[in-house]
Design a protein around this ligand. Sequence first.
Ligand code: ADP
Ligand code: MG
Length: 379
Amino acid sequence: MIVETAAATESAARTGDPILRLKAVDKFFGDFAAVDRVSLDIHEGEFFTIVGPSGSGKTTMVRMLVGMDKPTNGDILLRGERINDVPANRRPTCMVFQSLALFPHRTVGQNIEFPLKIRGVAPAERKARALELMAQLRLPDSYYGKGVLQCSGGERQRVALARALAFDPDILFFDEPLSALDYKLRKLLEKELKDIHRETGKTFVYITHSLEEAMVMSDRIGVMNKGRFVQIGTPNQIYANPVNRFVSEFMGEVNVVDVERGAAGSLVDRLTGAAYQSPAGDSEFREAALVVRPEDIRFLDHPDDAADNKLTGTIYNDYLLGSRVQYQVRVGSSQIFLVEKLREQQLDVARGATVTIAWDTRQSMLFATPSFTQSMVAR
Ligand code: ADP
Ligand code: MG
């Protein structure tokens, strides 16, 4: 796969001292650790995304990073200086919230100029800078005098970002700013945000519960679960080599089959008894999850065609997902496999038709079930 290139990208991003460093940072609420001994370096100019399910500790983490909260233990360093006790308004960082926190009864211009006004910048200069930022964010000049309540959701998003940039912060933090928007607008703004990041060269730290969103924008992603980072890497590394079942399932819909060790290098499906080849050779484990992505499963033209792993089933249902089609293939009485094809590779078969599905062993992943062994079974 693409592992080597991804590793090279990652090491290239790691030159120089980090702009932000976390050393064993905890945040306790009572005896509950919402953030649990996190250590992390974020590099100058990086687009770093923290992704995790609801309740995993993302907001708690970012509140400490911007200075809205203090860590219970550990240190936060900005360019080598400890900033644990520096309040938000005295840090060279700025936060964009999901709620945007715009002044509702002010104009676009007044909102964007606010940070400049509190710094005593003269009106003409403020306006010039506001118009410059509006142009950068694809807001027409005519919006300068428009009330923010008269703007659409996407336009308000741009106003909030322009205002954040007007602070000229060293680091911009974003806490799920796009999650309330509809799909199409979100997709557009994800790309715009990545463009703005490139144009400004600032360090962006972005929070989202969507790994798909993180994949689009980020240089690196930290996947959080229960207050800890379970994996930190480039989008390619996380896609190609998820470290455990949690990360692989968080990526989107995947096929997960519970298996146990069979005879030399083989796996036995715990539900159906079917045999599969193990992508991890003859490693030590008793039970594991075999993960195969829907796009890595193919339909065989003939049931006798050679394949590492194959199963015969029936088409249970199909769904059009824009450019792709997803099939549910029912194997036996109780197992469903998801198979995805590009729309032009759509099958000419009806629901209920018999099909043979297959996958290459090297495209599958195996994760040992933790109660039996803590370690991941290497591919
Ligand atoms: P996320 O942003 O990933 O959804 P949060 O950081 O908001 O998660 O919350 C992480 C955990 O910490 C949750 O279980 C939440 O209930 C808990 N938590 C967050 N803030 C507080 C607080 N002020 N007091 C008590 N528990 C909190
Ligand atoms: Mg949150």
